[in-house]
Design a protein around this ligand. Structure first.
Ligand SMILES: C[S@@+](CC[C@H](N)C(=O)[O-])C[C@H]1O[C@@H](n2cnc3c(N)ncnc32)[C@H](O)[C@@H]1O
Length: 411
């Protein structure tokens, strides 16, 4: 082996050190901390998504297994009759759905327009979510056998949300799609623009009005977008849903498009004398419903399964309102991380863990913690436990009054 001049090695070392100092610029301490946090968040998001997919798969397999067992216990004759009956019922349901959709398309009222002109301000994920919410609006109209006539406006070929809508198959839907904007399509005095930032509450839903929903999914809060666009068009009627004034405690003030469609349908069908509170409660996203959280219910169900209870026994024990593992957020989901800017931070600084409160109209409770969304962001809601039955809720500060405040700890 030939001798190697020691200076060559040293030069190489020096070169490498220089190179690495060029390529690996050390981030500052706070930047490194931020990057680490971001990395952790991404990892958690990925794990959460995988967990959700695995669970869905497992549920599907469980359902298929149960069906397989049921069919296996039948004779060939019984099985054939069962499958034929199932098919016939499916055909009837499909025919009914189609007839109802066609009627709404041809002559339905009121008109509900999703204003898709905000697509430029949304990212890929938000556009995918928007398309999903349009799809859920369509399936809500179908499943409710609703008279609502759905329109999608501002769907010109260069709309950035087009690819996502294509992906969910919007071309096959029985809805009216327009390249024109809502402002070019309809008379302004017929329009009722819905915005969570409007000053006045919506009351009646009338067949001769056109209700405009902003095609917006703002995962990071951007208030006033729908309102600002409407106001730039002059004298347009702006209304918000009466969630804060009449809604059930814990209901989030900014809803997904499909939930708004369902609420409009219910108010229209039930009439102007119906109870807004009942309607909002009925359409409220499942995870905001009063009572034990979904996680608590899931744990309960898992425990019962472990104890050998069948799915039917579990369903009976949990009651109809408790939902099931198979329950999707469906039409009542709220998949945007939007929160009302006003409630973004705790507004009453002396509200803390242990504070006794009374939730107006619901009873006495104790604050458990300030509510947080999964990513750890303040949502401005307080997690509370009712004194009488121990059930957990999330409520906004304006929905309760303090009975005894806990003194802040001395620092
Ligand atoms: C996710 S929200 C978008 C909120 C957005 N920050 C904005 O500026 O309107 C999508 C649409 O649903 C409707 N919407 C949601 N919550 C509402 C509420 N509480 N009252 C009235 N409309 C609502 C509005 O039409 C809104 O444009």
């Amino acid at each position: 082996m030939g001798a190697v001049c020691p200076c060559i090695g040293r030069t190489e070392e020096r070169d490498l050190a220089v190179q690495s100092s060029i390529t690996e610029v050390q981030p500052s301490k706070s930047e490194a901390k931020r990057l680490k946090k971001l990395e952790k968040k991404e990892l958690q998001k990925g794990q959460f998504g995988q967990k959700k997919r695995d669970k869905k798969k497992e549920q599907k397999q469980r359902r298929q297994g149960a069906r397989h067992e049921l069919l296996a216990a039948m004779s060939q004759e019984e099985r054939d009759a069962f499958i034929a009956k199932e098919k016939a019922a499916q055909q009837v349901q499909q025919a009914e759905e189609q007839a109802s959709l066609q009627l709404a398309f041809d002559s339905g009222a009121p008109k509900v327009v999703v204003n898709c002109s905000f697509a430029d301000s949304m990212d890929y994920k938000e556009l995918t979510s928007l398309a999903k919410q349009c799809q859920l609006s369509y399936t809500a109209v179908r499943d409710l056998r609703s008279p609502v006539q759905l329109h999608l406006a501002s769907l010109s070929p260069d709309n950035p949300g087009m690819y996502a809508l294509d992906k969910v198959g919007y071309q096959k839907w029985l809805v009216h799609t327009h390249p024109e904007s809502v402002w070019d399509l309809f008379e302004p005095d017929q329009l009722v623009v819905l915005s969570p930032d409007a000053e006045m509450d919506l009351d009646e839903v009338r067949s001769d009005r056109i209700y405009v929903i902003g095609g917006l999914v703002d995962r990071t809060i951007q208030r006033n977008q729908t309102k600002a666009q409407a106001e730039s068009r002059g004298n347009v009627t702006l209304r918000k849903l009466p969630i804060k004034s009449l809604g059930p405690p814990g209901m989030f003030p900014v809803l997904n498009i499909d939930v708004v469609v369902s609420i409009l349908h219910e108010r229209f069908i039930r009439g102007p004398d119906s109870s807004w509170r009942d309607i909002l409660l009925h359409c409220m996203p499942q995870r905001q419903h009063p009572g034990p959280s979904r996680q608590v219910l899931r744990k309960e169900r898992a425990k019962m399964r472990k104890e050998g209870m069948t799915e039917e026994q579990i369903a009976a024990a949990m009651g109809a309102d408790a939902g099931s593992d198979n329950q999707s957020d469906g039409a009542a989901s709220n998949d945007s991380d939007v929160s009302d800017g006003e409630e973004a931070e705790p507004q009453v600084p002396d509200l803390r863990q242990g504070t006794d409160i009374e939730v107006v109209g619901f009873g006495f409770a104790k604050i458990i913690s300030l509510g947080r969304v999964p990513q750890g962001k303040h949502q401005g809601k307080y997690k509370i436990r009712y004194n009488d039955d121990g059930s957990l809720y999330h409520v906004l500060p304006e929905q309760f009054r303090v009975v005894t405040a806990v003194q802040p700890a001395e620092t």
